[in-house]
Each structure stands twice: as structure tokens, then as C-alpha cells.
Design a protein around this ligand. Structure first.
Ligand SMILES: [Zn+2]
Length: 106
């Protein structure tokens, strides 16, 4: 598990407050089995203005990591969250395929 998801993958949230929302993976954190997904698990913080760093300050949106068990790869063919399977090519390379429709994902 876990390692199947990559940066740039499109996922759907299957649990928690953002259930049903979709977004692109911005970052994968293998150590904690978490991913940061665009516009998912947003938290707001207030930043102090810092002109020297060009920071305007004010309310800042930030994505917090979500556990990989809370997201699934979104297959555009199936139009739903799917399990990822692997397929081994003739040259030995492994590519990811949709566990539902078999479409190549890589
Ligand atoms: Zn599919």
C-alpha cells in the first residue's frame, strides 16, 4: 500500500470531513503513510506580515496531510475511487493499472 500513490495523482477522499472531494496529490510522506492533497484538509492560520520576506500576512490556507487510507486513486474511466494493481511489462517495468477497469495509470 501507500507507495502506490504518487505526487500528481488525482485522488478522491473516502473518509473524514472532506469525504467525496477530489484533488491532486502535492506531496507524499512515506514515513507516516500520508499525502498532502490540493485543497483537501484545509486549515487556516493567521500569519504576521513580514515585509522583509515579502509576506503580506493575514489568513493563510494550508493543506494538512491526510492518511492514505482516507483517499483512493480516482480513475477517470471508472469515475470512482479504485484500488491500484500492478502490471509487469515485457521489459520488466512495473506499471500501475486500475483494479477495476484495468486501465494503465502510468
Ligand atoms: Zn478504472
Amino acid at each position: 500500500m501507500g507507495r502506490k500513490l504518487k505526487k500528481g495523482d488525482f485522488v478522491i477522499v473516502v473518509a473524514g470531513k472532506d469525504k467525496g472531494k477530489m484533488g491532486k496529490i502535492l506531496r507524499v510522506i512515506p514515513e507516516s503513510k500520508r499525502v498532502v492533497v490540493e485543497k483537501i484538509n484545509l486549515h487556516y492560520s493567521h500569519e504576521r506580515p513580514n515585509p522583509q520576506k515579502g509576506v503580506q500576512g493575514g489568513k493563510v490556507e494550508k493543506e494538512l496531510p491526510v492518511h492514505i487510507s482516507n483517499v483512493m486513486y480516482y480513475c477517470t474511466n471508472c469515475e470512482k475511487g479504485v484500488r491500484i494493481k500492478y502490471r509487469v511489462l515485457a521489459d520488466g517495468r512495473k506499471i500501475r493499472t486500475c483494479g477495476s477497469c484495468g486501465k494503465d495509470l502510468d
